[in-house]
Every structure is written in C-alpha cells, then in structure tokens.
Design a protein around this ligand. Structure first.
Ligand code: ADP
Length: 664
C-alpha cells in the first residue's frame, strides 16, 4: 500500500487514557494520513519521531465530537474522534474547515472496513463517564446512531444536568458512588493473614493474627483500617480476611485455591506424618481435607487421602468427615480431628500453610502510589531482555525483590502506557504478575513488577522436560487460566498471552524458507512467569497495545504472534477475551509438549492458510483425551463458540480431580 500522505497537518491530540482534563494531556503532533494508517509524530526534534499510529483497517468510527461547554483546556477548539478497536483518540483541529476535511477524508478511506460502529458517543469520555449519556463504562455501547456517510451536524442532544465548579466549568452530575457493602457491622472486623510493614507514613502496620477495624474500603485493593490503639492508615485488602464464623480463610490450615494435584505436591514436599490441607473442592462451596501419612496400616510407603467434608441434611447444617462425629462448624470439626484420628488414616497433626507462604504482592507499594522513586531502587543481575528492553533483578528500598524493565527509547508509546499503568496496577490477583509502579520522570522509563524467580514458563518447561507429570502440566494451565479469568472478569484483553517477542533475524528471513533449528526461535509461553513456589502467573497483559513496532503489532508483521492468533485476529484484527481463549489453547498445547513450537514445520503464512481452512494443532503425546478436548474447544472457529475463561477453569478443575480424565 502507498505511504504517500493524503493529509498532513499539525493538530492537537488528547492523551488516550487520561482521566483528568489537565492541559498537560494535550500534545501538539504532526498528523499524517496515508492509505493504510493515521500516524502522529513528535515534531520537536530535527527529525520527526513517530509517537503512534492507527491502522485504518482497525478504525470503527470517525466523527466530530460535540464539545458542550468547551470542557477541554486546549487551544484548538474543533475536536473529532477516531474509534479504533476499543480505544478512542481525540484530535483537535484549529478550524471547522480543517476538521471537516480530516473527518470526511478518513471516512472515505474506511468505508469498506468490516467493523463500523452502529452507535457511537457524540460527546467526550471525561472523568470516568460519557458526557452524552452518562454511562460510566468506557466500553458502554454508543448512544447515538452512527452514519458513516451522514452529515456531521446532528440534531441537538437533550441537555445534561450539570453544575459549575469553582472555575465556572460545567461538569455532569454523576450518580453517587454505590457502596457495595451490605452494612453488616460485624463484617468490618478483619484478621491480618500476613505482616505488613507499611511503606509510607499514611500506611498502617499489620501484624499477622492481629484484629483491625475497616474504616473505609478505598478500592478493591486498599482499605483504610484502625488498630486497637486507634491508629489509622492504609492496608492492602488481600492481607486481611473478615473475622466471622464460617470464614475459613482466617485459619492457617485453609488454602482456598489449592487443587488436588497441588495439595499432593505440597504435602509430599513437607513429608510430615499427619500433614494436612483443607481446600475448596472442585464443586464450589464444598471442602476437602487432604491428609498425608508416611505409613499406611503400619506398612511402609507414604499415602495421601482426600476426604470430602460432608454436610448433614436439614437445618442448621452440621459437618462430618468420618462416621459418627458431627460438628456445628468446619473449624470445630478440624479441631476435633487434630486430636483424634477417629476413622482417618492419621490425626490432623501438621497444617501445611498456604500454597505460597510468603505474603502476596500488593497492588502497588501503597495506596494510589504508582510513581516509584528511582533512588529507592538498587540494581542486581540481568534477567533477560525482550521486545521493549532489558529486565533486571533489583531491590526496592533494600527490602523487596522486584523486576525492573528499562524501556528502550522509542520502543513504546510511553505517555499512553504510563496512564494505562495506573489501571493495570489495580489488576491484582495471585495469578497475575503484579505491576508495582513506574519511574516515569526519567529516560529510560522503568516498569517495576513482581520478581518471578524461575523466569519464563517456556524456559521452565524446556529445562524440566520429561520430569513434569500431566497433572502438574494441567495445574500450570489452571494457574494461567485463573489469571486470565481475572482479566476477563475485568473486561481486560491480554492480546499477547503467548508472545513471539524475541524472533531472530534468521527467523524473520525464514518466513518463506523455514529454518528448523530451534535456536533461531525463542518464543512462546514467554508472557507467563514462574515463581519460587512454582506458581505460574500471567504478565505483560495489555502491553502489546503500547509497543511501537509494526512488525510486532501488525498481523502481517514478522513478529506478530500468528501461531497464537485466531482467524478473526488474523483477518480483521478483532481482539476480544475470546481471542485470548484461542491463544490460551495454544499455551496449553505448549505446556503439554513441554515447550515445543506450535506448527513447527510451518511458517507464519502457511499457518494463516492452515488455520483459516480449519486445521488445528494435533494432540500432544502427554495430553490425555479430556485435556485435548479442552484445547479444541479453545480453537472453535467462531469466537462465541469458545468457552470463557471461567468455564475453562471449571473444566480444568474437574479434570484435575478425576484420575480417569488424567489417564492417557
Ligand atoms: P518479552 O518482551 O519477550 O515478553 P520481557 O521483556 O517481558 O520479554 O522479559 C524478558 C525476559 O526477562 C523474560 O523472558 C524473563 O526471562 C525475564 N523476566 C521478565 N520479567 C520478569 C520478572 N518479573 N521476573 C523474572 N524474570 C523476568
């Protein structure tokens, strides 16, 4: 396609992810429209430097924005919007004429696009709401019909109730924040599961086992709490649990997220007579005690028994494990069996702690703290390097191991990423690599994340070839699935679950003549990392959007993860949680081949043809039929026929509980 500019003009761009209408968020950029893309450049330097580019094929709407009340502190007063995939770019032109030229010209260029919006938002997204319809979901469907070829001057919208702030600006009145607490005062007492030293003066220190009162639930990750001395401060919500009967999380013997296979692994590792774990069964709301004994019936040889905690019929419910001993609560039942075997192979002597004994990551080092002071960091060994820069092991304030990624100049849309990082930090889950913050006031910028001792999953699988059982491989898949389920439930698309970042020159050359040597190709399962407790976590979610490299972001680029992409991404760059599900199926395949390259005999172009004509990866030798069935569900042609991550988690848990499903 021709790169000949169709239009070129200096316009002003509003930062795509910004929440606040600060003047700093409006940048002058040289906009260039070609037959294939709309790009913008930083013109300050002698040589212009590209800051971003949108492929025209991904644009779903271009239209004038009605700037009711002139809310934008921008010297150009004529805004238009470009909706591409799920983002909206706002551009301001100096005159009405120039705006109309840009809007009409882009409309002409996208007239044959597959995906054009039927409805759009005629006003801005601002401070967490659409000003036109006051919906508070950024992805909320548009509120006005979109007509690609219609007249941009539309009928007036109904007035929005508004109030003026002290500067005389008009703001929409948003509905009051909903308090999702049920008002039960006893819910507000919590018990600390871990020590939390606190890193800022506004934090409150937690001591494991101590009780605290929750004063305010600031967001899902941080609460304001009070201790017994009346001191108040912020605490991470995942370090405490409600103190109320029936809440098993407060007990050292309970590990909610441990499946049968992982429980066996942990018990064997401890190798102690009477070691036990109480965990949630695959059927939600029921519990299992997994118990280890070193000698069964006086004979040698260790064994692990799994006892389902049963409930009596009728009300109030009572609980029992073996025979005649019935209890009012699970806690009482466990206490009893800690002293009496009473039908079990051993008494419950030794509670095996949480799966990951060390305290979990917090969503940032403190509440609303995303900017990290680089002088708090010390650098240690290099861990690896990827598409956007080198990753080093480091320490934060000499107490916390972290991974520090230094971003190569020009490798990322930095300003947009930094804004997005604030959202990404709030995505906190035991199966997601935690983003702690950024050092954005310097070059290169640093991204600080949780440190994962065993590095990327692909290397881990290859290093341990021949030593990981199918059940453990499936357990690895479950970890990833749980991380992905959390992203899915937050409407967050990964886009690059299994990436092909480091592709050597030889591989790029070999798109037509494929070189089989695996040393040329280092890819796959790279965006999953393994920690010292062998928990696998998903990393780099959403980052693909900020990478400044056509070879990587464009589906025809040599670094694009073609082998992990479903037909709708290859053909129409249509990303969704269901395209992540497809990539996840390929990741399962990589796990069960212990890190082999998918479609290793084929180059990217051949893979596109194969996949679009219905071919799929074949069953890995280590994958039982039930597991291959799950992979195949992920590779359904139509995205809507693929299961969600939450359904996949259930299927995998079921398979892990069943010996038959794991038999090859
Ligand atoms: P890519 O661009 O290939 O995804 P990254 O830049 O994210 O790669 O990481 C490069 C390498 O650095 C990884 O393959 C891994 O070995 C190592 N690495 C990255 N992040 C971490 C981390 N949080 N903990 C430990 N090692 C990491």
């Amino acid at each position: 396609m021709s790169a000949e500019p169709l239009l070129e003009e200096t316009l002003i761009k509003r930062s795509q992810q910004k929440r606040r209408t600060s003047p700093l968020n409006y940048k002058e950029r040289l906009f260039v429209l070609t037959k294939s893309s709309l790009s913008y450049y930083d013109g300050r330097a002698e040589k212009k430097f590209r800051r971003g580019s949108i492929q025209l094929s991904c644009i779903r709407c271009v239209e004038v924005v009605k700037d009711v009340g002139g809310i934008n502190p921008c010297q150009y007063k004529y805004p238009f919007q470009v909706v591409h995939e799920s983002n909206t770019l706002y551009v301001f032109t100096p005159s009405q004429d120039s705006r109309s030229v840009w809007v009409q010209r882009i409309k002409e260029e996208i007239r044959d696009n597959r995906e054009i919006l039927t409805k759009f938002h005629p006003q801005f997204w601002c401070e967490g709401a659409w000003l036109c319809c006051r919906q508070e979901e950024k992805q909320a469907p548009g509120c006005e019909e979109y007509n690609l070829f219609g007249d941009a001057s539309r009928k007036p919208l109904p007035p929005i109730p508004a109030e003026e702030d002290k500067d005389g600006r008009r703001w929409p009145i948003l509905p009051p924040e909903v308090d999702d607490e049920d008002g039960d005062a006893t819910d507000d007492v919590v018990v600390a599961l871990y020590d939390f030293p606190g890193s800022e003066s506004h934090d409150l220190q937690l001591v494991q086992g101590g009780e605290y009162i929750i004063v305010e639930r600031c967001d899902v990750n941080w609460y304001k709490a009070r201790n017994q001395h009346g001191e108040e401060g912020y605490i991470p919500s995942n370090y405490v649990t409600e103190k109320k009967s029936g809440n098993l999380a407060q007990f050292a013997w309970y590990s909610k997220h441990v499946n049968r296979n992982k429980a066996e692994e942990l018990l064997r590792k401890e190798d102690k007579e009477g070691a036990f774990i109480v965990r949630e069964s695959s059927t939600q709301g029921t519990y299992t005690v997994s118990l280890y004994t070193k000698s069964v019936g006086g004979k040698g040889g260790a064994a692990i028994k799994h006892y389902r905690i049963r409930e009596t019929r009728g009300s109030p419910k009572q609980f029992y494990l073996a025979g005649k001993h019935v209890f009012d609560s699970i806690a009482e039942l466990i206490t009893y069996h800690q002293h009496n075997a009473a039908g079990l192979v051993a008494r419950l002597r030794y509670p095996v702690g949480k799966q990951d004994k060390s305290a979990p990551s917090t969503a940032g080092f403190s509440y609303e703290k995303w900017e990290i002071n680089p002088s708090d960091l010390t650098f240690m060994k290099e861990l690896g390097s990827g598409q956007v820069g080198v990753v080093r092991l480091g320490m934060w304030r000499a107490q916390h191991k972290v991974a520090i990624k230094a971003i190569k100049h020009g490798a990322m849309y930095e300003e947009d990423f930094i804004e997005e990082a604030k959202v990404m930090m709030k995505l906190s889950h035991p199966k997601l690599v935690q983003l702690y913050g950024v050092c954005s006031q310097q070059q290169p910028i640093y991204i600080i994340t949780e440190f994962m001792e065993h590095g990327c999953l692909l290397d881990f699988l290859r290093r341990r070839r021949g030593s990981i059982s199918p059940a453990s491989l499936l357990s690895i898949c479950l970890d990833v699935c749980e991380g992905m389920r959390h992203l899915e439930s937050n409407s967050f698309i990964h886009r690059d679950l299994v990436s092909s970042h480091t592709v050597s020159y030889n591989f790029c050359k070999s798109l037509t003549v494929f070189s089989k040597s695996p040393s040329f190709v280092v890819q796959g399962a790279r965006n999953c990392l393994v920690n010292d407790s062998l928990v696998v976590k998903v990393s780099d979610f959403g980052m693909a959007r900020y990478v400044l490299d056509d070879q990587y972001t464009s589906s025809s680029g040599s670094k694009f993860p073609v082998k992990w992409s479903p037909p709708e991404v290859l053909n129409f760059c249509r990303h969704s949680s269901k395209s992540d599900v497809w990539s996840y199926g390929v990741l399962m395949w990589e796990a069960f081949t212990e890190g082999r390259m998918p479609f290793e005999q084929n180059n990217n172009r051949e893979v596109v043809t194969l996949v679009t004509t219905g071919h799929r990866l074949s069953r890995p030798k280590l994958a039982p039929a039930a597991v291959y069935d799950i992979m195949q569900l992920c590779w359904q042609e139509r995205p809507e026929d693929r299961p969600s991550f939450s359904q996949l988690c259930l299927m995998i848990c079921d398979a892990l509980e069943s010996d038959a499903a794991l038999a090859n």
